[in-house]
Design a protein around this ligand. Structure first.
Ligand code: NAD
Length: 480
């Protein structure tokens, strides 16, 4: 299925106080198909007056939404999930057009967003406090209550899933949300918001804005109406938002950058491991905060690993995401290719070898699936997240050395290890400093498990019961 320009334009609107708002004199910014670098639409951007109206609507809407029972909220959220599933082809097509990822990955992302609404519809019914024993006739209680209106900032790499990851738990907890979705991919997030609105969630409980990210975050966080900030994006922007949130002591959840190490031990099943790591590395063109990036390979199998990685990387089919044969689409925007090229130049100048790819490709923002071997730890790419289709390899001798290298950077989002040694699995899982560890697996994101980082990768969790906790505050009630 392809999106018609008519239904596409309908999805490119702000949603404020229950009203879809289009051009009407607002500034606009182009939306670009990364596969062609051509402009496919114009996105109206929010004015300061729009944001004030959104804040006023959130303040008005919160008491009514929090007063609903968890069953009532859950029923509406299940309807959202149903509408997302009904509209999966439409939303996934917009996602591929705007972001570039292969259509099968886009469908998976959209269906995962539906799953998040279903999961949190039920999880919202399990918000429980406790009663504490006191002398006869007296009680103390601990209550969990919604924190209040939320400002949610989600990025362009998984625009549908990551927006759902914030809106679903917030609504389930009894909070209202103003979502600033990514300007690069506004059609698919607009279509998601349409599912939320069409399901009957009140228009002042979930709102959607786009525009100048700096202006919007300053405006929303500058208001005492906002009680909670949830951000997914780069560590640099996260630090900036934490400073803004300090003025009103707004609560914060931060999902920031990572630089995932992968420890490949010589007792792993090498061929099966290679098949998995190469497929995973180039998923979403490597624009994944938990993308496997720093491959530390035990010396005895290093040469075989490098050879096998290069062979498989050269076979990855790159193309337009709407072509069903495509395994890797373009980069999502023009910013990444020059950054990747600079990292490759820096690494090779320090002695690294390009064993596959290494170049931008033709029209659009395509970049070859790329792998570098013998990369010195001082290379920029080994320090700063490439956030692209680039794998970096170097050998290690001992387990201690591998864990030390894995923990070397100030990030700690995801880490992976491949080994068949049971005792080592426990030592590695214990010793790695990261919010998530995958052992012989890259499946580390699930609706019912926490997703989040440590160190400069952020704090707080999304998904799972822990994901709901981020939208709740604790109150102790003492009754005599
Ligand atoms: P960027 O730092 O310019 O932007 C990252 C995200 O933050 C974008 O969604 C952007 O719209 C938003 N943003 C930027 N300035 C903001 C502000 N003042 N207020 C609110 N939101 C703001 O980087 P980029 O070039 O878009 O993306 C590349 C980098 O971002 C990567 O290196 C990666 O570390 C990070 N990133 C991380 C994730 C993740 O899932 N953790 C997702 C996307 C991007």
């Amino acid at each position: 299925m392809t999106a018609t320009s008519a239904d596409y334009t309908a999805d490119l609107q702000l949603f404020i106080a229950g009203e879809w708002r289009g051009g009407e004199g607002r500034d606009a910014r182009p939306v670009v198909d990364p596969a062609t670098a051509g402009t496919i639409a114009e996105l109206p951007v929010a004015t300061a007056a729009d944001l004030d109206e959104a804040l006023a609507a959130a303040a008005r809407g919160w008491p009514a939404w929090r007063a609903k029972t968890p069953d009532e909220r859950g029923a509406l959220m299940h309807k959202v999930a149903g509408l997302i599933r009904e509209r999966v082809d439409h939303i996934a097509t917009l996602l591929t057009l705007e972001q570039g990822k292969p259509i099968a990955q886009a469908r998976g992302e959209v269906l995962s967003a539906a799953g998040l609404f279903d999961y949190f519809a039920e999880q919202g019914k399990r918000i429980e406090g406790r009663v504490v024993q006191r002398p006869a006739g007296e009680r103390a209680m601990v209550l969990k209550q919604p924190v209040g209106p939320v400002a949610a900032f989600s990025p362009w790499n998984f625009p549908v899933n990551l927006m759902a990851k914030k809106i679903a738990p917030a609504l389930a907890a009894g909070c209202v949300v103003i979502a600033k979705a990514p300007e690069e991919t506004p059609g698919c997030t607009g279509a998601l918001m349409r599912c939320i609105a069409d399901a009957g969630i009140p228009g002042d409980a979930a709102q959607l804005v786009y525009g100048n990210p700096d202006m919007i975050s300053r405006h929303l966080l500058g208001s005492p109406v906002i009680r909670k900030v949830s951000f997914t994006g780069s560590t640099a922007v996260g630090k900036h938002l934490m400073k803004l949130a300090a003025d009103h002591v707004q609560r914060i959840t931060m999902e920031l950058g990572g630089h995932a190490p992968v420890l490949i031990f010589d007792d792993c099943d090498l061929e099966a491991t290679l098949d998995r790591v190469v497929a995973q590395k180039f998923r979403n063109a490597g624009q994944v905060c938990v993308s496997p990036t720093r491959f530390y390979v035990q010396a005895g199998i290093y040469d075989a690993f490098v050879r096998g990685f290069a062979e498989r990387t050269k076979r990855v089919r790159v193309g337009h995401g709407l072509d069903p044969d495509t395994q890797m689409g373009p980069l999502a925007n023009a910013r990444r290719a020059p950054a990747l090229q600079a990292m490759i130049a820096d690494a090779t100048a320090r002695g690294a070898r390009v064993i596959a790819g290494g170049e931008a490709m033709g029209k659009g923002y395509f970049f070859q699936p790329t792998a570098l071997a013998d990369v010195p730890i001082e290379a920029e790419a080994m320090v700063n997240e490439p956030f692209g289709p680039m794998a970096l390899m170097r050998p290690f001798d001992t387990e201690e050395e591998a864990i030390e290298q894995a923990n070397r950077l100030p990030y700690g989002l995801a880490a992976f290890a491949f080994t068949e040694n049971g005792r080592r699995i426990n030592r590695v899982a214990d010793g790695i400093e990261s919010g998530m560890v995958g052992i012989n697996s890259f499946v580390i994101s699930a609706h019912d498990l926490p997703f989040g980082g440590v160190k400069q990768s952020g704090f707080g969790s999304e998904s799972g019961p822990e994901g709901l906790d981020g939208y709740l505050v604790t109150k102790a009630v003492h009754i005599c």
